[in-house]
Design a protein around this ligand. Structure first.
Ligand SMILES: Nc1ncnc2c1ncn2[C@@H]1O[C@H](COP(=O)(O)OP(=O)(O)O)[C@@H](O)[C@H]1O
Ligand SMILES: Cc1ncc(COP(=O)(O)O)c(C=O)c1O
Ligand SMILES: [Mg+2]
Length: 288
């Protein structure tokens, strides 16, 4: 029997709605992965509502919780660490310690970093110094990096104008640490406004995926977290990076179609659960 992979997911939790672990955990479990959620914050709701209540986890809890798992002998089962929304930069350093610990007991384990940097225009609020941590601390240590366009631009210190720019910029990150970069959403000067585009770059090549751009009164939140979580899940389940990108694009599209049909701001993950696993449509990644 094929072993079920285990994944330590370190990102936000929201009591109401879907962002961070609250967007990704259920979908990753539905895809067939054992998820160990470790919540960096517990907020009432995601920050794009403009106000929220709740707390940031004390950063020392992160290694402490992982030490607890190690003490019961289960840490070597951990196949991957995912990090996303951080409550502060100290949590980031704590996660790097955890990655080191996991790799010490399972050298095959991978670290996927979704570098959630915040987006003041979208009211995505992230603590100060988190961006510096992601640029200096996380990038060199990540095996897989899943930025959105704004985050890619920040890592590279320039704004992409063309698709060729995006490819070049993502490739430049391969020299700085990760062996794989998935840009979850491309946005550049010459972009076709009718399509939603993703880009995957590895040492072996670059692939471009196009799926329909859907119209929402207010863009749903948590899409990036869902994308990173599903991409890592598919890799752990044995997909090659291109297959993982295609499966992820198709699954996320199904969630967004259901969300659009229900006219809700929050992602319709529960209603779309079967289609996350068995999407009706596939979008082929094209080698560039
Ligand atoms: N097919 C789509 N049509 C329209 N908007 C989309 C689509 N897929 C994702 N989005 C929106 O695009 C934005 C970008 O998401 P993405 O770059 O994946 O990550 P992040 O959520 O980290 O910014 C999100 O606001 C999301 O709601
Ligand atoms: C608490 C929390 N977690 C995670 C995110 C990241 O969400 P996204 O997947 O849209 O990048 C946000 C965005 O506002 C947030 O408020
Ligand atoms: Mg994001």
């Amino acid at each position: 029997m094929k072993r079920t992979p285990h994944l330590l997911a370190i990102q936000s939790h929201v009591v109401f709605g879907h962002a961070g672990n609250s967007a990704a955990v259920f979908a990753m479990q539905r895809m067939g992965v054992n998820v160990w959620p470790l919540n960096t914050v517990q907020f009432s709701n995601h920050t794009q509502y403009g106000h929220w209540t709740g707390q940031v986890l004390d950063y020392e809890q992160i290694p402490s919780l992982v030490a607890g798992i190690e003490a019961i002998g289960e840490l070597p089962q951990c196949d991957a660490v995912l990090s996303g929304y951080l409550g502060n930069a100290a949590q980031g350093q704590a996660i790097l310690e955890v990655v080191q610990r996991v790799k010490a007991v399972n050298p095959k384990a991978i670290y996927l970093c979704d570098p959630v940097m915040g987006h003041p225009e979208k009211s995505c609020i992230v603590a100060p110094q988190v961006s510096e941590f992601l640029l200096e601390g996380a990038l060199p240590r990540a095996d897989v990096l899943c930025p959105n366009q704004l985050e890619l631009n920040t890592f590279c210190g320039r704004t992409a104008q063309t698709l060729a720019d995006c490819v070049e910029m993502a490739r430049s990150l391969l020299a700085r640490g990760p062996s794989m970069v998935l840009v979850k959403h491309l946005f550049y000067g010459e972009k076709d406004p009718q399509v939603f585009e993703m880009l995957l770059v590895t040492a072996g090549g670059a692939w471009h995926l196009r799926r329909p751009l859907l119209v929402f009164p207010k863009a749903p939140v948590g899409v990036g977290d869902l994308t990173s979580g599903l991409f890592l899940s598919r890799l752990l389940l044995g997909d090659n990076p291109v297959q993982a990108m295609e499966a992820t694009g198709a699954a996320v599209h199904e969630v967004l179609l259901e969300t659009q049909a229900c006219t809700t701001y929050e992602l319709q993950l529960v209603r779309a659960q079967d289609r996350i696993v068995y999407p009706r449509e596939r979008f082929a990644a094209v080698a560039l």
